[in-house]
Design a protein around this ligand. Structure first.
Ligand code: BES
Ligand code: ZN
Ligand code: ZN
Length: 478
């Protein structure tokens, strides 16, 4: 399946997709049709995710009416979801060509961008292992009067956003026997070939040389060596922002083995790393004026002869000693070394993004992602941007008193708290220790990185949450 957006010069006779808001229904007429007659006996009320094929003759379905909800509430979030829903619906119904009437976007650049990002987002299919793939291609024609230069440029940007978010989803969805630390790197290298992104890689020998001992400790039980992937994209003279993404390609829990239920979901535990990669690829394709470093520590967390044992102590890259009391709190360990390593680039801010804790999911469910920072202005930007585009956040506290629980009897810090309360906060406080005096932001995406069941605008599986959020954050943050 692949979707193409084209610009038509003249009437092409393809079915026309038209957005209908609740207000339009109240007005009683749509394109000369009497709404009372059209929707008589139907459930269609113009709500978001409602779809109504309007047959105007026996052989032709001429208008495809899409609900937009209340006009006043139609924002970037709903535009994105509507776009994705439209693609999914048109694919499902087997349409090959449609003409899209874009007047409902009112040439609002943000709405256009989000709507078309959604159109491309809807193109994703987790069918990598299906021998029968859906092959129907869909072409969306944009009606004449709309395709000026600005509009075309916006669609090009949207396509790049959609494609890169979908790449992130692919990483999240692929099983752990297809994405491990080695094959993650192979894919990234291939996908970044010829781009402006500099790729550096530390293998086991260098990981040992640089004392990235926490990364080595977590990967000890696995046959597959750890890696530290470093991506650099520099298109400004500012100090870099460092993005550290958790890259646990499978999290069994290690010797603190996870129970059977849902352990298979832990193939998604590299979502943070996938976000960092996709973000940097996107920033470079759009030539965004920014200086960013991506650090992705990659490991498999397995029990094994050489696995870390609960109670072991390791000296981190930064020199702080860490007592590992639970091998399932492994994300914070590899991120701690990633954060420590990022300091050599003299970043102005460190942002970690990770499927870090089940506790974040308990706190916020699967709608909003937890954000942690002591900088309220940064939180405000993230929150506003997240609400606008539909990757929503909610702040959790960072009081230093929380960190008291992480004091170890025998080392500088331990990797779990003394109680089972406030687990997401403790994870963030643990990481903050390694950022030291550099401004620090942490996103716990455990609840939002994949959907457990399908939505009208997305299938079950990887969501790519974080790519659009961080891209928009980078555009707003100066
Ligand atoms: N990868 C998990 C967190 C997770 C849970 C992600 C559910 C996605 C969905 C993480 O490594 C983990 O196991 N965290 C433990 C920490 C605990 C041992 C302190 C948790 O949250 O239970
Ligand atoms: Zn774990
Ligand atoms: Zn994990």
């Amino acid at each position: 399946m692949s979707i193409t957006v084209k610009f038509s010069k003249k009437e092409n006779g393809f079915p026309r997709v038209k957005f209908v808001f609740k207000e339009d229904l109240k007005r009683g007429r749509i394109n000369g049709f009497d709404t009372g007659k059209i929707f008589k006996g139907s459930e269609f009320k113009g709500d978001l995710f409602q779809f109504f094929p309007l047959r105007i003759s026996e052989e032709r379905t001429y208008f495809l009416l899409m609900g937009g909800g209340e006009r006043a509430k139609f924002n970037g979030d709903s535009a994105f979801k509507a776009g994705s829903f439209l693609t999914i619906k048109l694919k499902e119904l087997g349409f090959r060509n449609v003409e899209l009437m874009v007047d409902f976007l009112e040439r609002d650049e943000k709405l256009v961008l989000e709507f078309f990002s959604g159109i491309f987002y809807g193109d994703y299919e987790n069918d990598f292992f299906k021998s029968q793939k859906k092959e129907n291609n869909l072409t969306v024609y944009i009606a004449s009067s709309s395709h000026d230069k600005v509009f075309r440029k916006l669609i090009d940007v949207s396509r790049k956003i959609g494609v890169n978010v979908n790449l992130c989803r692919e990483f999240v969805d692929l099983p752990a026997n297809h994405i491990n630390p080695i094959t993650f790197v192979d894919r990234v290298k291939k996908l970044l070939k010829g781009s402006d992104v500099k790729v550096d890689l530390l293998r086991l020998k260098e990981i040992e040389k640089y004392n990235l001992n926490l990364i080595k400790a977590v990967s000890g039980g696995s046959f597959v060596e750890p890696r530290l992937l470093i991506l650099e994209y520099k298109n400004s003279k500012d100090r870099p922002i460092a993005f550290i993404g958790k890259g646990v390609t499978f999290d069994s829990g290690g010797l603190n083995l996870k129970p059977t239920a849902h352990i298979e979901d832990m193939k998604t535990d590299m979502a943070g790393g996938a976000v960092v990669f996709s973000l940097i690829k996107l920033l470079s394709e759009l030539k965004v004026k920014a200086n960013v470093i991506g650090i992705i520590p990659l490991v498999e967390n397995l029990p094994g002869n050489h696995a870390t044992k609960p109670g072991d102590v390791f000296i981190s890259h930064s020199g702080k000693s860490v007592e590992i009391l639970n091998t399932d709190a492994e994300g914070r360990l590899i991120l701690a070394d990633g954060i420590g390593f990022s300091k050599r680039f003299n970043p102005s801010m460190i942002v970690s993004i990770a499927t870090l804790t089940g506790s974040a999911v308990v706190a916020l469910g699967t709608l909003r992602c937890a954000i942690f920072s002591k900088d309220e202005d940064v939180i405000d930007i993230f929150k506003r941007v997240g609400d606008e585009i539909g990757e929503k956040l909610w702040p959790l506290p960072m009081d230093d008193e929380y960190g008291e629980e992480l004091k170890s009897d025998i080392a500088d810090i331990k990797n779990i708290g003394s109680s089972r309360f406030g687990g997401a906060i403790l994870g963030a406080k643990f990481l903050e220790n390694f950022s030291e005096d550099t401004p620090f932001v942490h996103l716990d995406i455990a609840g939002v990185s994949d959907l457990k069941s399908k939505k009208p605008y997305a299938p079950k599986g990887g969501t790519g949450f974080g790519v659009r959020l961080l891209y928009n954050f980078m555009r707003e943050y100066k």
